[in-house]
Design a protein around this ligand. Structure first.
Ligand code: KIV
Ligand code: NA
Length: 263
C-alpha cells in the first residue's frame, strides 16, 4: 500500500472509513502490523507498563520513547508513526518543541500529548513549527495521581462539558487527531460529532473515527489487570498475524468495540 499520511487519515474519516491504530515498540511487530494494514502505529508510553513492567507510565523517559521509536521506524514501511511524549517532557511550549524534535528525528511523524485546554499554547507552538499533534483526553494515564486511579472520565455533566470544550480548543489550536480514553460511549459519539478532526477511541465507544489498543492487550499477553475496553484477538486464530488482521477487520466493520467493551 501507499504510505499512510495525515491527509489520508483525514480522508478516511471524511469517507466514514474507520482508522485502525495499534501500539508498537519494536521493529518486528511494527513490520507485521504494517503489512496487516494497521493505519497508525503508536509508540505509546504504555511501554512503561507492558515492556518495563511498571505500574504507571510516569517513569518512562524521552530516551525510552526515542529508542523504541527508532526501532519501530526501522520495521515500519507505510503506517503513520506517532510517538507519545512522556510525563514531564512538555511542560512549556519551548521544552515540548525541543523534545518533540528528538522524537521526530527518531522517526515519529506526529507526537501525542495528554491534557486539556492548558495545552493549546503548546499545540499551536508545535504545529506552527511543523510538529503534528495528537491530543489525548479522558483517562489520561499521566494524571493518575490527580485522577486517583485509572477510572472512567466524563461521567458527570460538568466533566463532559469540560471535555468537549477541551477537545474544541485543542482542535482550534492545531491538533490533527484526538484520542479519547475511557469515557462513556455516548460522550465519545457526541465529541466525534462535534469535531472536524478524527477521534481515535480506547474505551470511548464504537462511534469514534477509529480505535486503538495496546498490542499486548489485543494479543492477550499482558499479565496485569484487563480493562473493560480490551479485547483479546488471539482466540480463534492460529497466529499473531491472524489476530492483528482480525483486529483491523473488526475496527473497519465496527464489530469492535462491542457493548461489553464500552462504558
Ligand atoms: O501509551 C499508550 O499505549 C496510549 C494508548 C491510548 C493506547 O497512549
Ligand atoms: Na500513552
Amino acid at each position: 500500500r501507499k504510505a499512510v499520511t495525515l491527509p489520508a487519515l483525514l480522508k478516511m474519516c471524511a469517507e466514514g472509513r474507520k482508522i485502525a491504530v495499534l501500539t508498537a515498540y519494536d521493529a518486528s511487530f511494527a513490520s507485521l502490523m504494517d503489512s496487516c494494514g494497521v493505519d497508525v502505529l503508536l509508540v505509546g508510553d504504555s511501554l512503561g507498563n507492558v515492556a518495563q513492567g511498571r505500574s504507571t507510565t510516569l517513569p518512562v523517559t524521552l530516551d525510552d520513547i526515542a529508542y523504541h521509536t527508532t526501532c519501530v521506524a526501522r520495521g515500519n514501511k507505510t503506517a503513520f508513526l506517532v510517538a507519545d511524549m512522556p510525563f514531564g517532557t512538555y511542560g512549556t511550549p519551548e521544552v515540548a518543541f525541543d523534545n518533540a524534535v528528538r522524537l521526530m528525528r527518531a522517526g515519529a511523524q506526529m507526537v501525542k500529548l495528554e491534557g486539556g485546554a492548558w495545552l493549546t499554547e503548546t499545540v499551536r507552538f508545535l504545529t506552527e513549527r511543523a510538529v503534528p499533534v495528537f491530543a489525548h483526553l479522558g483517562l489520561t494515564p499521566q494524571y493518575v495521581h490527580q485522577l486517583g486511579g485509572f477510572r472512567v472520565q466524563g461521567r458527570s455533566t460538568e466533566d463532559a462539558e469540560r471535555l468537549k470544550a477541551d477537545a474544541l480548543a485543542l482542535q482550534a489550536a492545531g491538533a490533527s487527531l484526538l484520542l479519547l480514553e475511557a469515557i462513556p460511549a455516548a460522550l465519545g459519539k457526541e465529541v466525534t460529532g462535534l469535531m472536524s478532526i478524527p477521534t481515535i477511541g480506547i474505551g470511548a465507544g464504537p462511534d469514534c473515527s477509529g480505535q486503538v489498543l495496546v498490542m499486548h492487550d489485543m494479543l492477550g499477553v499482558f499479565p496485569g489487570r484487563k480493562a473493560r475496553f480490551v479485547r483479546d484477538f488471539m482466540p480463534g486464530q492460529t497466529s499473531i498475524e491472524g489476530a492483528i488482521r482480525a483486529y483491523v477487520q473488526a475496527v473497519q466493520d465496527s464489530s469492535f468495540p462491542a457493548s461489553e467493551h464500552c462504558f
